[in-house]
Design a protein around this ligand. Structure first.
Ligand code: ZN
Length: 397
């Protein structure tokens, strides 16, 4: 394994494999092992590629698998200098292009540079829709689930999988690769397949890769023997089949603070308001509201103690889809306490002294996300490419 740590080989090992037959169609990119202690995605992608080469099914478009944090994968660590899944912002990407700074880059910036180099090449090669599937595992035991930014295009794709989907985690986590891929206009879905050590996680990732290829329309499920087993593999591991949840609360940890989660919590476990959940800096942490616990921290590294999530009923999902298709953005600044931010249609500034109603809930329904909060002012931004992808937006101008 040591030879992949060498910088020349890092570049060679970036592409885990590709499969295409020069027929136009979607591009499906799988990013595997963005966190170095999560090798499940790398293994699963290699298994799928072996099977494709054996069965040789017809494919429209192409698929490609990229490895993420190779240096950290070799070490078996989540990251070396910084979290590779928190540095995908436009600002940081621009800095990577400055070749005079190469010697100053952190281990993860170098990994990102190689990843981005490959990704941008892949994106330039196609006019078809692009799907990015980011493969992860969790530190504690968990049923598999999907994580998406709340655009209608992401929702429609995610809801084909027999798995629960978590919306809006990007409002709390800056710089994830999914968020950046969404900003570029691609459909982007994170697959959390189970815990790091559980062998079932590799099987779940394999099943999710196959289903993503079928649902994106790249490969027909009828061309793969026993393809129904992939669906069954994911469906059997989950109790919240196709339910959609939103993130309500994040318990953020400052650097060098002592955090101990109470033992025994699993993802999606129901909790009640005021339930004693953890100890932070020798003080009790209690649930701010009832809901379900999400991503409780049972490893040493990480900035998030836990999240609280809540189910969004189908009725509200339909209402929000209807509202978004009406494209109401231009009328919103007429509401009391709401104005355009920097004159932009898709950015709003909310004065919480005036707008005292369910601001976040309302704007979530319309496809806005929280950008920042300054005192009593909240800045919200509309997610781009919510209803249509960049290809269609071009045609409509
Ligand atoms: Zn991860």
């Amino acid at each position: 394994m040591n030879e992949v740590a060498n910088s020349q080989n890092v570049h060679l090992e970036r592409v885990l494999g590709e499969y295409d037959q020069n027929v136009s169609g979607p591009t499906v990119v799988f990013t595997c092992g963005i966190h170095g202690n999560e090798p499940s995605g790398v293994k699963a992608f290699s298994n799928v590629l072996d099977r494709l080469e054996e069965v040789k099914p017809a494919i429209s478009g192409r698929l490609i698998g990229l490895s993420g944090n190779i240096t950290a994968l070799v070490e078996g660590e989540r990251f070396i200098d910084e979290d590779l899944n928190r540095i995908w912002t436009q600002e940081r990407i621009n800095r990577l292009n400055d070749d005079t700074r190469v010697h100053e880059l952190s281990v993860e910036e170098l990994e990102q540079k190689y990843m981005w180099h490959r990704l941008s090449k892949v994106f330039k090669m196609t006019n078809g829709p692009i799907y990015v599937i980011d493969l992860h595992t969790t530190s504690s035991e968990s049923q598999p689930f999907l994580s998406i930014n709340d655009t209608l295009r992401n929702r429609h794709f995610a809801m084909k999988f027999p798995l629960p989907a978590i919306l809006g985690i990007e409002e709390h986590l800056e710089g994830t690769i999914l968020n950046y891929m969404n900003q570029l206009g691609h459909i982007a879905v994170g697959v959390e397949a189970g815990s790091h050590e559980d062998p079932a996680s590799v099987k779940n990732h394999e099943a999710a890769i196959w289903l993503a290829l079928f649902y994106a329309g790249a490969i027909s499920s009828t061309s793969i023997p026993n393809s129904h087993l992939f669906y069954e593999q994911l469906a059997k591991g989950t109790m919240n089949d196709r339910k959609v949840f939103e993130v309500r609360h994040r318990f953020k940890l400052a650097v060098d603070t002592a955090f101990i989660m109470n033992p025994g919590y699993t993802n999606f476990q129901k909790i009640h308001k005021n339930e004693f959940l953890a100890v932070h800096n020798y003080e009790e942490v209690r649930a701010k509201e009832s809901g379900r616990i999400f991503m409780p921290l049972y490893q040493k590294l990480g900035n998030d103690g836990f999240f609280i999530i809540r189910e969004i009923r189908l009725f509200w999902l339909k209402v929000s889809e209807y509202l978004r298709r009406l494209k109401l953005e231009k009328a919103l600044p007429y509401l009391p306490g709401v104005s355009r931010h920097k004159g932009l249609d898709h950015e709003l500034i909310i004065n919480l002294r005036i707008a005292r109603w369910y601001v976040i809930e309302f704007f979530h329904l319309l496809g806005f996300r929280r950008k920042e909060k300054k005192g009593k002012k909240l800045i919200l931004i509309k997610r781009k490419y919510d209803v249509q992808g960049p290809e269609l937006m071009q045609l409509m101008i």
